[in-house]
Design a protein around this ligand. Structure first.
Ligand SMILES: C[S@@+](CC[C@H](N)C(=O)[O-])C[C@H]1O[C@@H](n2cnc3c(N)ncnc32)[C@H](O)[C@@H]1O
Length: 203
């Protein structure tokens, strides 16, 4: 959100005016429609970083997947369609984002995904995942993003993998360095449109 009339997308309760906008995205042969709005990240179009994430993520053999900071659900809903064998949980701190993500689950007829409201890993406190995906809230600051990286590492199975996308000019390499504090191996698995996608694993 660059418009000063609106709150930042990472507010928990946006007070922006509501003006829903819907768009359709086709990636990896999957077509999905998304309801979006002011006060939520990337209104009216798919973010280029989210796109790079969806193109890079490998969900084979995953049974439990988390989209951490889901916004209106673009990454998590593509994940649900790409991995019909999996259960996908989408979480966000932003109430409007969670409402839109829930609406998008229903609008796309997706049955293997659920949406939860809350900060960081709190909504999945006792749960572990095979894959955790995040397009993190860079504008919330490094401390928040570093906390999400550490939290993700704690909520992965030993064989699990963590994917993070970030803009090269907004500290992608810094986040990769932080990931190396928690993961034995960190690889760049995608790059395009000024973004990098990193994958962290424990072996
Ligand atoms: C860059 S946006 C990505 C949204 C969505 N995943 C996408 O790709 O379009 C980051 C999201 O993280 C959420 N967020 C910010 N701080 C958070 C926190 N502490 N815990 C959970 N989500 C948070 C924001 O509300 C926002 O929806």
């Amino acid at each position: 959100m660059d418009d000063s009339r609106h709150q930042h997308y990472y507010s928990s309760q946006p007070v922006s005016v509501s003006q829903p906008a819907i768009y359709e995205a086709t990636l990896r042969g999957i077509v999905l429609r998304f309801w979006t709005d002011y006060g939520v990240f990337s209104r009216g179009h798919i973010d280029l970083g989210s796109r790079e994430m969806i193109l890079a993520m490998d969900l084979s053999d995953a049974h439990r997947i988390l989209d951490l900071g889901c916004g209106y659900g673009v990454i998590g809903l593509f994940a649900a369609r790409m991995a019909p064998q999996a259960h996908v949980i989408l979480t966000d701190i932003n109430e409007r984002a969670v409402q839109l993500a829930q609406k998008n689950v229903e609008a796309n007829g997706i049955r293997n995904a659920e949406v939860r409201l809350g900060e960081g890993l709190a909504p999945v406190a006792d749960e572990t995942f095979d894959v955790i995906l995040t397009n993190p809230p860079i504008r919330a600051g490094n401390a928040v993003v570093f906390g999400l990286i550490a939290g993700a590492a704690r909520h992965l199975t030993p064989e699990g993998r963590f994917y993070l996308v970030a803009r090269t000019k907004q500290g992608a390499r810094t986040f990769a360095t932080e990931m190396r504090r928690h993961f034995a191996r960190v690889e760049q698995v995608g790059q395009g449109s000024g973004y990098r996608v990193y994958r962290g694993t424990f072996a």
